[in-house]
Design a binder for this molecule. Structure first.
Ligand code: XBP
Ligand code: MG
Length: 260
């Protein structure tokens, strides 16, 4: 721990791509099911979805798609309502998929959450996704008590501007009553890193298939995953060794937090 610097008191987690790889086989499929159910000939394949992920938020993503990829689509008078209905259907499909066990937590996530809890750190969520998606994911992966592990869950439209805007991080920090200096953020994407950085948070990045080529300058560390004892994590873009154990633990996080 550094001198003259606040103690590490809380870990703030992004959800999609960070806690779990939810996008390709989760959100994307749920959007497609909602489109098909509404009789729309729209289909987001894996590559297209990768491009659409630049837009945070499901409703915002649908609007962006119509604007840029469906110039032929004749918008109904109440287009916002159509978007809201499609998105509600998408949330219904997505949460059903989670309840069926379609998504697992990424390696090391549950281990690190448990270690942080045992050491008395606070846990929080700062995400762009819909609140129901977060509670469904936590319940499906950590069990019915999973939601209660988190002191604060900041999600979705609770702030007007989504990532890369820092608003959701400011919101969660204010609710926790903690300064950014007492926390670390965990993200998987450039948009997420920009949001956390703009809120003054040091950030640990674990990349995934959609984000591995993005720009993560300014991150405290960039890894392929948090890692497990039997599944070591790899540090990306730097020749740094991880630590003695080969996975992200509280000792490593406290070191990163204390670094200038
Ligand atoms: C990820 C997102 C979300 C999800 C879809 O945010 O951008 O929009 O893809 O969720 P994060 P909704 O990584 O910050 O969790 O459809 O509920 O918006
Ligand atoms: Mg993310």
């Amino acid at each position: 721990m550094g001198t003259g610097k606040s103690r590490l008191e809380a870990l703030l987690f992004d959800v999609d791509g960070t806690l779990a790889n939810t996008e390709r086989d989760g959100h994307r499929q749920a959007f497609n099911r909602a489109f098909a159910e509404a009789g729309l000939p729209w289909h987001w394949d894996v590559a297209l979805y990768g491009r659409l992920l630049a837009i945070s938020g499901g409703k915002e993503r649908i609007r962006h798609y119509v604007e840029h990829y469906r110039p032929d689509f004749r918008r109904p008078a109440h287009f916002d309502e159509l978007v809201a209905q499609l998105h509600a259907a998408k949330t219904r499909h997505y949460t059903a998929m989670l309840r069926e066990g379609a998504v697992r937590l990424r390696p090391g996530v549950e281990r690190l959450l448990r270690e942080a809890r045992a050491r008395g750190l606070k846990l929080a969520i700062a995400t762009t996704t819909t609140p129901d998606n977060v509670t469904a994911l936590l319940a499906a992966t950590l069990g019915p008590q999973g939601v209660s592990w988190f002191a604060e869950i900041g999600a979705g439209d609770v702030v007007p501007a989504k990532k890369p805007a820092p608003d959701i991080y400011y919101y969660v920090l204010a609710r926790l009553g903690l300064p950014a200096e007492a926390c670390l953020a965990f993200e998987d994407s450039e948009n997420g890193l920009r949001a956390a950085q703009a809120a003054g948070l040091k950030t640990v990045v674990t990349v995934n298939e959609y984000t591995r080529d993005q720009d993560f300058r300014g991150a405290a560390i960039v890894l392929d995953q948090l890692g497990e004892p039997h599944r070591p994590a790899r540090v990306l873009g730097a020749a740094l060794p991880l630590n003695g154990v080969g996975y992200v633990d509280l000792t490593l996080l406290e070191r990163l937090h204390a670094e200038a």
